[in-house]
Design a protein around this ligand. Sequence first.
Ligand code: XCC
Ligand code: SF4
Length: 633
Amino acid sequence: MVEYIKYKVPSKQVSITPGVGKLVEKAEEDGVKTAWHRFLEQQPQCGFGLLGVCCRNCTMGPCRIDPFGAGPTKGVCGADADTIVARNIVRMIAAGAAGHSDHSRDVVHVFKGVAEGKFKDYKLTDVEKLKELAKILGVKTEGKSENEIALEVAHILEMEFGKQDEEPVRLLMGTAPSKRIKVWKKLGVLPRAIDREICLSMHRTHIGCDADPVSLLLHGVRTALADGWCGSMMATYLSDILFGTPKPIKSLANLGVLKEDMVNIIVHGHNPILSMKIAEIAQSEEMQKLAQQYGAKGINVAGMCCTGNEVLSRMGVQVAGNFLMQELAIITGAVEAVIVDYQCLMPSLVDVASCYHTKIITTEPKARIPGAIHIEFKPERADEIAKEIIKIAIENYKNRVPAKVYIPEHKMELVAGFSVEAILEALGGTLEPLINALKDGTIKGIVGIVGCNNPRVKQNYGHVTLAKELIKRDILVVGTGCWGIAAAMHGLLTPEAAEMAGPGLKAICEALGIPPCLHMGSCVDCSRILLVLSALANALDVDISDLPVAGSAPEWMSEKAVAIGTYFVASGVFTHLGVVPPVLGSQKVTKLLTDDIEDLLGGKFYVEPDPVKAAETIYNVIIEKRKKLKWPV
Ligand code: XCC
Ligand code: SF4
């Protein structure tokens, strides 16, 4: 579908990542719109929406509050700006938590099926990790087979979603530091079951329920905690058990990983259950041979977004790009198929693909896109379905139009796969060296950077600038998601990047042979960051809120990012946002989130679009925390 392009995009200004500008220009030449074009068409965006003061929760509305106070100050039901803004943000948290946790539910389903012997195409790969999880959940392992342990674990994890008692979820109780748990207990925000807290978020925000912004936001906290310390954590644990816990692994990133003479397949979405299979089966002799019969040299699988991070971390599969590059991959004209599961898939993929030969293949009933080929992925027939999907890509190779192909040459080396276990191994088996380096000031602190791309931000400028500014100040950076891919494409995930770090961090990186920025996985793997925080707090006998650490989402856009940000704040972490959340319509909610909440939880949000300024503030916060610990600054 060639479209009329109303506004041209200033291609040199949209991104700092090499190759992106060129492909945006190619898109325009080919008559294809990208997210940047549609973003321009959306301007000016609705001011009420941006401020969070629009409510559509019932049909007496939609209601909008006049932020200047000259027009209506209440909706038809009487809800004011504080109530409306708080309700909207709680719904964002609930949606984000639902995304992560429902992904987790799918992994539990496969894990259980493996334990029951039903899903023969998967296996329990990391049995040590299974035993560790069993211990956390209080499952006895002596005298039991692996499958018996897995079944008991699966049963408990299923109950974490839907149990009806008032006890807190067990995964959280088994992994969070006790000092933190006390804080949550006192506030009454210990989550009882994942689905329950999400459901209650929807109930509370229904017309005529909770109108108190404080009570609403506290439930938002409870819902977010159910995500971070339980739903997301479960996805990480079980994916490691099924596919192996990541270890440092080398690979390449950026669109230059696509190959002119191979069948290029992009795996995009979030769940490793599908992408690991595609990557594995594509390597098989049968599939490689078939590709050769069709005139290609072989099959090249490349990742996009978080499922890209999953296959990168475990198999070293190369990454084509992050969120805003999904359309560009197709615009190279060299991609035979984009295979997606769910989350962060632009429906526009189908429009863009219609200008090239690319097939978009959806695989999940819960994420269908009109115009895509739909092949439902079923774990009981995983290998067979993976083959079927890969064959579509291979057969499509002949339809590639060489005149339409342009693959930018840029690609960057990287090392990914820094699970908690891998970090410990790099440190020689214990946290001691890291703790000592923190205590004596060789490393000033640790910052987790996560999250998306957003056309409001020059693509990857926020991610890369913030990371560079922090490592320069001897702050170790860890992170996940689209940040990880940005950092990779800009060379921050190589041991050589230590050159860009301050003297202390540089020395540590050189001694350990690690990059100054550690890629910890996909967005659900933010739970790995929580586990690092928990281990540090326990080892130092302090609370997470005492640690010289911070979080950041410089280019966030998704509701999942709101859930992540909230569980970081709720865990006691000072959390920076580079994109303004839709809360400014309520001074009360804004103050609660960026100020008052600190007294309750020890963490708070801090909003600053400029990553250089943000780095300075984050550094100062870390220095303050160090002073309180009486550590040298
Ligand atoms: Fe999606 Fe996870 Fe955001 Fe990237 S970082 S755009 S949520 S893929 Ni999670
Ligand atoms: Fe308007 Fe209240 Fe209905 Fe929201 S819930 S749309 S504020 S009447």
